[in-house]
Each structure stands twice: as structure tokens, then as C-alpha cells.
Design a protein around this ligand. Sequence first.
Ligand code: FES
Length: 418
Amino acid sequence: MTIDQETLRTGFDSAVPDFDATAPGVGAASPEVDAELTGMVECVSITEVTHNVKSFELFAPWMARIDFEPGQYVTVRIPELERERCYSIASAPFGTNTFTLTIKRVDGGAVSTYLHDVLKVGDRIHVDGPYGLFSTSFHPAEKHLFVSGGSGISPIMSMVRSLLARPAGTPTDIVLIHNAATPSDIIFRPELEQLAEVPGVSVVTMCSRDSAAEVVESGSEVRGAEVRNTEVWAGRRGRITRDTLAEVVPELADRETFVCGPADYMAAVRIMLDELGVLGSRVHEESFVFATSPAERLARKERVAEAVGAPVSGTSSASQAAEGICGGSALARFGIEFTTSGKHVDCDSETTVLDAAVEAGMVFPSSCEEGMCGTCKSVLVSGEVEMNHAGGIRPKEIAAGKFLPCCSTPLSDLVVER
Ligand code: FES
């Protein structure tokens, strides 16, 4: 689970204004149930999961209980690196004040290599969240299909663990398909084997090749030496196909389906599910590899809007207002006043507030630019915007007057605290 855009547009200080020794979580005296999962968390344990995946158990001392939905993610910020990334929570919300991130070490990935190579038990990192709409909580169903590739299994396991913790007697009908490159890359392998024995749960683990084959193919003594567990995979082999889905998933079209993995993996699975007659509205995806072109961004937003049933907007009258303003051929133009910097910026009704600010030379914290990570969150002092976010802001934050400039276009003149 990774974000490709690690380089923030601005210095880290402005991206994390509350990052200091007095921030929540540092020496807070009385734990609160309703506090946000935003602040400094302490690493209380590190577990090796595979040769390049570790689980980090993190402790939020200011909270009595962390309130998140299974499948949601947090934004991790490493101040020394001036970098941040989104990571799914792998643990289930079991009413404690710890949670677990299971993270693959990505070659060249600054945050993941820091977490793997530098972070020690007792160290603290900054998290912000929880965010995201990829959760069984938001799409209740009796039958579930989970499909994951590689480290995409993290949010899937959070949801499966949560479903299995429901009261005794709750009907359970879960199919979990996990794809790994080799047997030594299977994340949560012992737990997957145990899950396969649970009534109502079917687990299909697939490997593209044997562990030993990777040594031969790499042609690298160094990389070969890293493969510790050579193993010929005796289970189902190859990549997931339409035939695989049709064969191993009974009542496929009746299931709420959750897919997480690399972008090309999810795209391939989406096509297969469509060809097998699964409604797109029942398929939910999560990916932190963000699209970069306007067309890709738009396509992603349309998928998110379709998944939640309607466009997500700042106000119920937002779309109507936009139609009225944009009824002619020329785009409406608005003024944006930024109170902290004192800047005044022009912005048309199809340009995001973030883009207008950056084009005007403003320093503005941002990362995903797709309404996921929460980095650009700002206070809308006055005015109205059309916001199409992807889970990077909580309903209570919207109610408190905050918004995400990266995915918001103006519907009126605005005053923004920034
Ligand atoms: S930059 Fe990620 S939510 Fe705005």
C-alpha cells in the first residue's frame, strides 16, 4: 500500500502545523474516547511478517479507544524525511488504543524504508486519520468477496477480522482470494491457513511462481541471497483469471466485493468481475497509487462517486448552484482570499482551490491531490465549494467548516484560512 507522490509541494512545517512536543498524544494525561487519531503515536512492537513486510503496532496514549472502521487508512508523516504516505490499518477495531500497520518495504520508498530500517520500538511517528470509504461498514452485506494482491491484503484482513468478531450466530459467508508473487511473499500466511478452517470462510491463495524460481530469474547473487525460504508452491498457481473467479466464488454476483492491490491488478479484476456480471456498484477498490493526469483523476472521482451512490459535495445545493452559474459558455470566476498569507487569487469554477493557489505562487501543503490523504485540509471561513473527496476528510470536520482544496472548486467567492 503506497503513495507514489512522496514529495510534498511545500516544506514539511507547513504541511504539519501541529507537529510538536505538545501535540495530542505527547504526555496527554487523560485518555478520551472521542479524540481523533491525529498526533504522535508510539511504536510498541515490530513483527517480521515476510522477508520484506513488517507489522508495526502503534499506541495512541491520548485515546481510550481508537474509533475507526475496518479497511480505513491513516496518513503517516515522518518529519525527518519531509515525507508522508497513506497506509491501511491491518488490525480490526477491537476497542483498544493500539492499531497495526503492515507495510511492505519498497525499494526507493523513503517512508517504507525508514519504517523498516530506522524505526525502533519506543520511537514515535505522526499519524492522521482514520480516512477512507473502503470498508464493509459502509457497504453492509451478508456475503462478501475479498480479492487482494500483495500488500493489498492489509485492509482486507482488517475487514475479515472484524467480520469474524461479530456476535456468535451472525451468518458468515466470506470468500478471500489472495495473490502473491511467491510462497515467501504470502503476507499473513499462518492466519490465512487458520482462516481456511473457519466455517463460512473460503480462502484461495495463489502464487505466480515458486520461491526458488525467483532466485533463478533474478540472476542476481545479492537478490537471490535475500530469498530465504525457497519453496515449490503446491497450491493454486498463476494469476487470477475470470475462470478462477467463476470456479472458486459461488454466487459471485450476490457478494459485496472488495478489491485491493496494485493499480493494474485491480483494473484486471474489475474487468473480470464486469464480464462475469457483477454490478460495478457492488465492487469497491482501494489504492494509494494516485492517478496523475486530469483524465485519470476524473475517472477515479467518477468511480468514487458511483461507489458512494452520488456526488459528494459540500452542500446539497452545490450542484444546482454550479449549473446556474455555469449555464453560459464562459466559466464563472471567483475571488479567493487566503487569510494567513494575505493572498488574493482568481479561480474559475472548474479549477480546484489548490491548483489556483499554486498557480498564483502560493506555498500550499499537498500530497495525493485526490482528496485522500488529508494533507491540504483547510478551514473555509466563508463561501461555498463543490468538494469531491475520496475519504480524506471526516464528516465532523466538514461540519466544522473544513474542506480539501485539492478536490474543491468554488461556487462563490471564498475566504480560506491558509
Ligand atoms: S492533497 Fe491529499 S487530500 Fe488534498
